[in-house]
Design a protein around this ligand. Structure first.
Ligand SMILES: Cc1ncc(COP(=O)(O)O)c(C=O)c1O
Length: 372
């Protein structure tokens, strides 16, 4: 077999859960000369992206901000704007990113309790409800959750979690980094307080921007928050947004790219985006199972963005990944943390089509014929 990695570099194909493939029309936007970020031209593009963010998160009540930062920056923004040192936080941990949310809260002086699910599972709703009902003195101020846990591919029922948290009264911070733009999220209807996401996932642009939604209830927390903040300060971003600008220099080129990707998303339509991700997930999972592969998550918990797969007995994850890469120039991801070298992960979010899934399945079949 020819070594495609060497001879056809431009055909490299990312099937990892971010960064995801970027449409050519979006890439072209990145090549524009930058414009001044205080110009009317930029303000118009920026404000249209803010409106599109609200469209995507189905919210009229929350503010939406764009940070020049990766997703973790938005996680830190969420924590530092609503907490004070000593506040009690309940972190629902379904993997690496759920743990990271708790760790950021710890770094800002919060007292964090983590409830941790087994790998590939989500937190049992009954356990959460029981935990919250035992908190008679309402000491838990904030609950954090990862909607689609990228390290395992497990998706929590965010609507039900939000309902439980709302009836307790705590503030809910939701990491929607690999779910926004792939899975239905209704910020207003479900009562989500702070929601964060990142550009390199369902948004179909490269890594570099993150997004955050702030509900009226989260603003009440902001007023009392004593954690240090400057770059992330919601108040600074809100003041600037009211003047149709940003407090600091934004990544102008990426905002142009974002505007283009929103145009594509709106042309496809919200419902169609969600249906496509659901269809790709269902087809990939069925095809992998037909090949005799075992998946980490059960169908009921499966994220529409990423699927984690066990290697067949006797085959190393490193050999599988290198076969995808060397023979086919397809990149798939390793497991992370305790799942490193125990699973491999295929991302199917953002600019991914039915053809990509069929191709990935056909390649997967060939790879295992060769490796077994
Ligand atoms: C669910 C989730 N949360 C948070 C992050 C962190 O985002 P970043 O790596 O952009 O800082 C990621 C990144 O993959 C993620 O998948």
């Amino acid at each position: 077999m020819l070594n495609y990695t060497r001879i056809m570099r431009d055909k490299s194909f990312l099937m990892i859960p971010g960064p995801t493939p970027v449409p050519e029309s979006v890439l072209v936007e990145l090549a524009r000369h930058p414009v001044g970020h205080r110009s009317k031209e930029f303000s118009d593009i920026f404000m249209s992206c803010i409106e599109s963010l609200k469209w995507l998160g189905k919210t009229k009540n929350s503010d939406a901000f764009i940070y020049t930062a990766s997703g973790t920056g938005a996680m830190e923004a969420a924590i530092s704007n609503v907490l004070s040192p000593g506040d009690k936080v309940l972190s629902l941990v379904t993997g690496v990113f759920g743990k990271r949310f708790g760790q950021i809260a710890q770094a800002f002086g919060a007292t964090v309790e983590m409830i941790t699910a087994d790998p590939g599972k989500v937190i049992d709703l009954k356990i959460l409800e029981q935990k919250l009902s035992l908190d008679k003195n309402k000491e838990i101020k904030v609950v954090t959750i990862t909607h689609s846990e990228t390290s395992t591919g497990a998706a929590s029922d965010l609507e039900k979690v939000a309902k439980a948290v709302r009836s307790h009264g705590a503030l809910l911070l939701a990491d929607a980094v690999t779910s926004l733009g792939c899975m239905n999220i209704e910020i207003d209807n479900w009562g989500l307080d702070v929601v964060i996401s990142g550009s390199q996932k369902g948004f179909m642009i490269p890594p570099g921007l993150s997004f955050i939604y702030v509900s009226p209830k989260a603003w009440e927390y902001y007023k009392k928050s004593k954690c240090p903040k400057f770059y992330w300060d919601f108040g600074k971003h809100k003041k600037s947004l009211d003047e149709e600008t940003t407090p600091f220099t934004p990544n102008v080129s990426f905002v142009y790219a974002l505007k283009k990707s929103f145009e594509m998303m709106q042309k496809e339509g919200f419902e169609n985006i969600i249906k496509r991700h659901d269809r790709l997930k269902t087809r990939l999972r069925a095809g992998l199972k037909e090949l005799g592969l075992k998946l980490l998550c059960e169908d009921k918990d499966a994220s529409a963005a990423i699927t984690a797969i066990y290697p067949p007995d006797g085959i190393l994850v490193s050999d599988i990944r290198s076969a995808y890469k060397k023979d086919w120039d397809i990149t798939v991801a390793n497991g992370q943390d305790i799942l490193k070298d125990k699973i491999f992960r295929i991302g199917h979010l953002g600019f991914v089509s039915d053809r990509d899934i069929e191709m990935t399945l056909a390649v997967t079949k060939k790879i295992f014929e060769k490796l077994t």
